[in-house]
Design a binder for this molecule. Structure first.
Ligand code: 13P
Length: 244
């Protein structure tokens, strides 16, 4: 269960979140829990989460380790700040910052080389779903952004299915729609990496996950967890989601 804070919260607000959140998930041992704040809050989040089961992640990284790349942050820097996860290829990065399947692959390889655990995002836009292209889009994103990883590297990533039309819109995919897309993705895993990798792959659903709809989504055997935006900003809401 991962929270993507996007561009929200200061370091002080980060600490306040963890003060409220950690007691609510102290007994939650059924899943991995991650919070991905903005870069500048990673040290505060790592400090606040120390000794808990909550891992910290970044929301992006650049694929070079260092160099003259003004404004970028590398995998080794993120790791050295104490984070263990990194979100890659989020639809907002694809939509607003020119991310492509090829750059998703570069970033994923760099994250793995640094020792980070990538959460690689895929998902179709509304017009693509309406045109019946959901499976084709997911296939292209998987083949272009993920499938070149070695089997060993693939085993270290988490996939997040986030239909773009369900992000921040309050329009959640029905559990059946999400499960259909997850089945498509799992079939791609099996085709590329085999049945064992297919069974082991963790595929998260993201897009308007809230305390009142998480149970229905998680009832689908295909859905292994959630990547949560808005509802991860409030400690009690995200704790309810973790403890679905
Ligand atoms: P919302 O939960 O706010 O719809 O955001 C989903 C998301 O983009 C998580 O990465």
């Amino acid at each position: 269960m991962a929270g993507n804070w996007k561009m929200y919260k200061t370091p002080a607000e980060t600490k306040a979140f963890f003060d409220a959140f950690l007691p609510l998930v102290a007994e939650s041992k059924h899943c991995d829990i991650a919070i991905c704040p903005p870069f500048v809050n990673i040290p505060a989040a790592v400090e606040a989460a120390r000794g808990s089961r909550v891992g910290i992640g970044a929301q992006n990284l650049y694929w070079k380790n260092e160099g003259a790349f003004t404004g970028e942050i590398s995998g080794p820097m993120i790791l050295s700040a104490g984070a263990e996860w990194v979100i890659i290829g989020h639809s907002e990065r694809r939509q607003f910052f020119g991310e492509t399947d090829a750059t998703v692959l570069e970033r994923t390889k760099a994250a793995l080389a640094a020792g980070l655990k990538p959460i690689v995002c895929v998902g179709e836009r509304l017009e693509e779903r309406e045109a019946g292209q959901t499976d084709a889009v997911l296939t292209a994103q998987f083949q272009g952004g993920i499938a070149a990883l070695s089997a060993g590297d693939f085993g270290r990533i988490v996939i997040a299915y986030e239909p773009v039309w369900a992000i921040g819109t309050g329009k959640v995919a029905t559990p059946e729609m999400a499960a259909d897309a997850h089945r498509t993705l799992r079939a791609l895993v099996i085709a590329n990496y085999g049945a064992e990798a297919g069974a082991a792959a963790r595929i998260l659903y993201g897009g308007s996950v809230k305390p009142d709809n998480v149970k229905g989504l998680m009832a689908q055997p295909e859905i292994d967890g959630a990547l949560v935006g808005g509802a991860s900003l409030k400690a009690s809401d995200f704790a309810s989601i973790v403890n679905f």
